[in-house]
Design a protein. Structure first.
Length: 400
């Protein structure tokens, strides 16, 4: 049985700090608003939706106690609606869609709302702690370093200069600026307050005034951490062929911290007929791949190649790619591994310009590529993200 995507909806992204426009909006409310937008858009018979699967990385405070079920209860879909929250770090929003597709393909479920949420202004990254990062008995033998050190290790090992990563970041900002101006983010909805008044109606982090010269003046974010905390030495111990870690990443060429939520409606062909919706895309393949936890962020290429093999496809068969811009060097390495040109990748900008709400990003990228494929009358898309701890995830969709 095939699994289909009927639609995808995402919120605007708000800056994930105390000055961000969405700080007053709880993650439950963000999740509820995308669910309600999906219902309203299609006059959806919510009684047919069986489950909500949400990715969420920081599952504490406002995001604790199974936020998927909390959002399901608050959405007005009905008491029948179940919910489960998962955490595959940065891949969580895409993992939720992949799990929904697997349920549908198995015949265990007919119609699922799957996506993710992260309110990084209310639940700071790392609030949930965890042995991988906090327990020396795990971190030391694993040569585990912070992600920023991993990104700089990738740049150092594979020869991406400061100029390379800054140029990529500039491109992301310019592409997002054009996409915003031309109204390409069709799956996006504004966020409103309890009175229904608009709080934010555009992605808050896009910076049209960005210049390569301005990016070149920013100080590296992870240089002091690498030297003072000894993480450079840890990385070099694992990769002794790298003589020195060149710290090229900073706030301008790394993913922005933002708030946001997204949801996709995934189901069988029969489920679509029952609710009067035609599928937009078929889930063709889904794959994951593990890497060592020091370099950590190189799983995109292997996961994508695995998904292509699963689908019986080559990289040249994919019309558009969405590769999460966790750090600029990560995407440069991924494009090299997969063997693809930047002209087919992140054509509307990426997380460097738009932001990366950890648990939601994968589903957001899915909606972005769906809209753009339809706009360009193209067929196939591949969505992929690197993942903390040493993983990668990739999903291939095909237009119906």
């Amino acid at each position: 049985m095939d699994a289909y995507i009927f639609d995808a909806v995402r919120t605007v992204r708000g800056k994930g700090n105390k000055r961000g426009s969405l700080m007053s909006i709880t993650p439950t409310e963000l999740s509820t608003q995308v669910l309600q937008a999906m219902q309203k858009k299609h006059d959806l018979d919510t009684g047919k939706v069986e489950d909500v699967i949400l990715g969420c990385v920081g599952q504490v405070k406002d995001q604790a106690a199974n936020i998927a079920k909390t959002a399901a209860q608050h959405s007005g879909y009905g008491d029948h609606l179940c919910g489960v929250t998962l955490n595959r770090f940065c891949g969580s929003g895409l993992e939720s869609v992949n799990q929904a597709a697997a349920y549908v393909k198995s015949g265990f479920r007919d119609l699922i709302a799957a996506g993710g949420v992260e309110s990084m202004s209310r639940v700071a990254m790392g609030s949930d702690g965890g042995g991988m990062f906090m327990d020396p008995s795990i971190a030391i033998p694993g040569n585990i370093v912070p992600q920023g050190i991993s990104a700089d290790l990738i740049a150092s090992k594979y020869g991406y200069s400061r100029a390379d990563v800054d140029q990529f970041a500039y491109s992301s900002q310019m592409r997002a600026t054009v996409a915003e101006k031309e109204g390409r983010f069709k799956s996006r909805i504004p966020v409103v307050d309890i009175n229904g008044l608009s709080v934010l109606n555009t992605d808050e982090n896009i910076r049209p005034s960005t210049t390569v010269e301005g990016l070149a003046n920013l100080k590296p974010s992870f240089e002091m951490m690498g030297a003072m905390a000894g993480f450079d030495a840890v990385a070099i111990d694992r990769y002794p062929e790298v003589e020195i870690i060149e710290h090229v990443h900073h706030a301008g060429n790394s993913s922005a911290i933002v708030d946001g939520a997204a949801i996709a409606l995934v189901g069988s062909k029969q489920a679509g007929e029952d609710i009067g919706l035609k599928p937009r895309f078929r889930v063709r393949a889904a794959a994951i791949h593990g890497t060592d936890p020091t370099i950590m962020l190189t799983g995109i290429g292997p996961a994508s190649i695995k998904a292509l093999k699963q689908a019986g496809m080559n990289a040249s068969d994919i019309d558009l790619f969405e590769i999460n811009e966790a750090f600029a060097a990560v995407v440069l390495k991924a494009m090299e591994d997969i063997g693809i040109d930047h002209s087919k990748v992140n054509v509307n900008g990426g997380a460097i310009a738009l932001g990366h709400p950890l648990g939601a990003t994968g589903c957001m990228l899915l909606g972005t590529v769906m809209d753009e494929l339809e706009s360009r009358d193209l067929s196939t898309g591949l969505v992929t993200l690197c993942i903390g701890g040493g993983m990668g995830i990739a999903t291939i969709i095909e237009r119906v």
